[in-house]
Design a protein. Structure first.
Length: 365
């Protein structure tokens, strides 16, 4: 057995997939392998431990960049800024000590910053090794040292590494949390997704906590349902505040406009139900502002619908980044005017059983 074969077997049989001289179980495995080869196990292990001890002392004194990926080029000087948590995950995955620098991206990647527009990047071939290697990495939950958290999706640490550990001049920090974007690029929020493709409608999460938006939709589709009852129509009976598309919303706004043409003040003196309808319409109009047509009103409602979610993550002016394992990345800049001004926007937003569905490419490209 060659030295490479010995190291390969030791790595394969170790718990973490790579051996450590700090692990008693890994030392025991190495001893077992050496004994099978009739080699002096104690002597070899003691020698290795002495060499590691010397190397560790040297690392503390030596801040020079090291060639970790073996291409003959020093990888990086230790990065400033960034995320201690994400850096620790990467170092642990690569078997690096805290004093060893993380391998550096060999390319620069653009980021337009606050006020920038939607853009693409493609991970260069010589960065794909680490992009794919870090794809499924997840940091531990806050306050813990082991285990991953579902709060970090595929590709998030890959994207962090690509910008933070490069010459892209972008300071990237993780800000994950229930109401925070996944990452901050120079203070600009970036919410990371790993949808299977950039095109098509994608889930943006549930909107049950957005009470005012639910109330507004309740007013619109409530009046729509009341109008259908007056007409004796069964059409659209499955449409409601939790399940609708842009066409349904526009049709419902047509009924809202018809009700607003009625003298509800006079009717409310005769029937209490019209007093409540007037109160609800006043609330709706106060939130939506002026709109001349059903389509304009529906677009404004669409903006109100997704705005709370996007205000939280990634935040106004931030980016929603969709990353693919093949290195294709699409950064959609969140521009609210595109929802109201885009004549086609109602085709790209809908609700399905309380979950938002949005075609970001058609809406924000």
């Amino acid at each position: 057995m060659t030295l490479d074969e010995l190291l390969l077997e030791w790595s394969y049989r170790s718990e973490k997939g790579y051996p450590s001289l700090d692990s008693p179980s890994d030392i025991s495995l190495l001893s077992e392998i050496l004994k099978k080869l009739d080699l002096p196990s104690e002597e070899v292990i003691n020698s290795l431990q002495e060499q590691v001890s010397i190397a560790t002392d040297d690392e503390i004194e030596d801040d020079e960049p090291k060639d970790i990926d073996g291409d003959g080029i020093p990888d990086a000087t230790p990065s400033t800024g960034g995320s201690i948590s994400y850096d620790s995950v990467i170092r642990k995955h690569l078997g690096l000590s805290e004093n060893q620098p993380i391998p550096k991206s060999k390319n620069n990647y653009a980021f337009p910053g606050s006020g920038g527009s939607t853009f693409n990047i493609q991970v260069e071939p010589d960065d794909m090794k680490y992009w794919k290697d870090f794809w499924e990495l997840t940091p531990p939950k806050e306050g813990e040292t082991e285990g991953g958290t579902k709060g970090v999706g595929n590709g998030e640490i890959s994207l962090y590494w690509l910008y933070q550990h490069s010459n892209s001049s972008v300071d990237v920090k993780d800000t994950r949390g229930s109401d925070n974007p996944d990452l901050m690029f120079d203070g600009v929020g970036v919410e990371v997704k790993a949808y299977p493709k950039h095109n098509g409608k994608h889930g943006l999460g549930r909107f049950g906590q957005d009470r005012e938006q639910l109330k507004m939709l309740g007013v619109i589709f409530g009046i729509n349902a009341l109008s259908k009852q007056f007409k004796g129509s069964e059409e659209g009976k499955n449409v409601n505040p939790l399940t609708w598309d842009g066409g349904n919303l526009k049709d419902a706004m047509e009924e809202v406009i018809k009700f607003q043409a009625i003298d509800l003040e006079q009717l409310s003196e005769l029937y209490d139900i019209f007093k409540q309808i007037k109160t609800n319409l006043d609330f709706l109009n106060e939130r939506l502002g002026e709109y001349g047509t059903a389509e304009e009103g529906a677009r404004k409602m669409s903006l109100e619908f997704i705005k709370p979610k996007i205000n939280r993550k990634p935040g106004p002016g931030g980016f929603l980044a969709n990353v693919l394992i093949n290195g294709s990345c699409r950064f959609w800049q969140i521009d609210y005017t595109k929802i109201v001004d885009n004549e086609d926007s109602l085709n790209h937003i809908k609700a399905v059983q309380g979950s938002m569905q949005v075609d970001f490419e058609r809406l924000f490209s």
